[in-house]
Design a protein around this ligand. Structure first.
Ligand code: ISE
Length: 333
């Protein structure tokens, strides 16, 4: 069975998803791509063999020859596009965040709950990274006893000039929120964000220290540093009662040069999570073919945005902020 996919957004992630879908994922046909910048959509279409390129994302959602939609357009367009997919009864993979506010995420959760069928997957690709999967497996097996803490590091080489202090939480740390929920299997109860001394190369407050308390008391700390200069680097150590599990950044080679022995870091997240992105897309397509759903749900998208909102409140208040969620609909249990 071939799934006919339309892509909305031809920026960094839309282009990368188009590349992966056209080269490394079985049983798909890319039929259309749209971007507000039509020239950009045309360039991606040409590079990946997509027949149709345009400027209207909603046209893609409604097109008769599109079975499923991948959304990688700006965050503030997600709500309208995802709701349109639900109205059309089409499966949708929406890049993170599901939407910038909990109110918008809730609208999506409510609409999907009313349909009674999971159609939305959120692009939290770390759920398909072998390291995070192994951490989750360790927690669920109870092999090393109960999980107590996670230590996380999230460093980008450099942030775009317009990145704001809030974006470190809403755009970058949001991955840590989902990873902690995925690995520890608990919701975040409260969050504290500490703004310390900033690096000279940043226009925003950078780095930031994030603390999470999970609903069972397990603690998570995360350094978010988006102008770390040396490369892209994501680390995590899960601490359990009888042992720990740490991520090993993927690398095929180490280099000895100029009195230095080590491996190279990529410039951004695409090479670091290449396997995860491929697995995520393959799993999405397989789930559609099997009329089921996989990966992060709309509920997960809502919960991560709720933590981000509380985190932004904490940036301003300087104290722990509680995370309030509605009761989880049975569709997501
Ligand atoms: C970016 O949007 C991503 O999603 C990356 O995974 C993250 O590391 C980066 O900080 C974000 O800006």
């Amino acid at each position: 069975m071939t799934i006919r996919i339309g892509i909305v957004g031809a920026g960094v992630m839309g282009a990368d998803h188009a590349r992966i879908l056209s080269t490394a994922v079985a049983d798909v046909e890319l039929v259309a791509i749209a971007d507000a910048d039509i020239e950009r959509a045309r360039r991606v279409a040409e590079a990946t063999g997509i027949a149709r390129a345009g400027g209207d994302g909603l046209e893609i959602v409604r097109a008769k020859d599109v079975d499923a939609v991948l959304i990688a357009s700006p965050d503030d367009t997600h709500r309208q596009l995802v709701l349109a997919c639900l109205d059309a009864g089409k499966p949708v993979l929406c890049e993170k965040p599901l939407a910038p506010t909990t109110a918008e995420c809730l609208e999506i959760v409510e609409r999907e709950t009313a349909l009674g069928k999971r159609l939305v997957q959120v692009g939290f690709m770390r759920r398909f990274d072998p390291g995070y999967v192994e951490m989750r497996r360790t927690v669920r097996s109870g092999q090393f006893g109960a999980p107590l803490m996670m230590h996380c590091i999230h460093r980008n080489e450099s942030a775009l000039p317009y990145t704001q202090t809030e974006a470190l939480i809403a755009n970058s740390a949001v991955h840590e929120f989902d990873a902690a929920r995925f690995v520890l299997g608990r919701e975040v109860a409260r969050i504290s964000v500490i703004l310390g001394r900033s690096t000279a190369s940043a226009r925003m407050r950078d780095p930031q220290l994030v603390l999470l308390e999970m609903s069972d008391g397990a603690l998570v700390d995360a350094e978010i540093f988006v102008n770390a200069q040396y490369g892209y680097d994501v680390r995590a150590e899960l601490v359990c009662e009888e042992g720990t599990v740490s991520l090993v950044p993927p690398h095929d080679t180490t280099v000895l040069h100029a009195r230095h022995d080590g491996f190279r870091h990529p410039a951004d997240w695409r090479p670091r999570f290449a396997d995860a992105y491929r697995e995520e897309l393959q799993a999405w397509v397989a789930a559609i073919a099997g009329d089921s759903a996989t990966g992060a749900s709309a509920w997960d998208g809502y919960a991560a945005t709720a933590v981000a909102e509380a985190g932004i409140r904490s940036q301003k208040s300087g104290v722990w902020e509680p995370v309030h969620l509605i009761d989880k609909p049975s569709l997501y249990s």
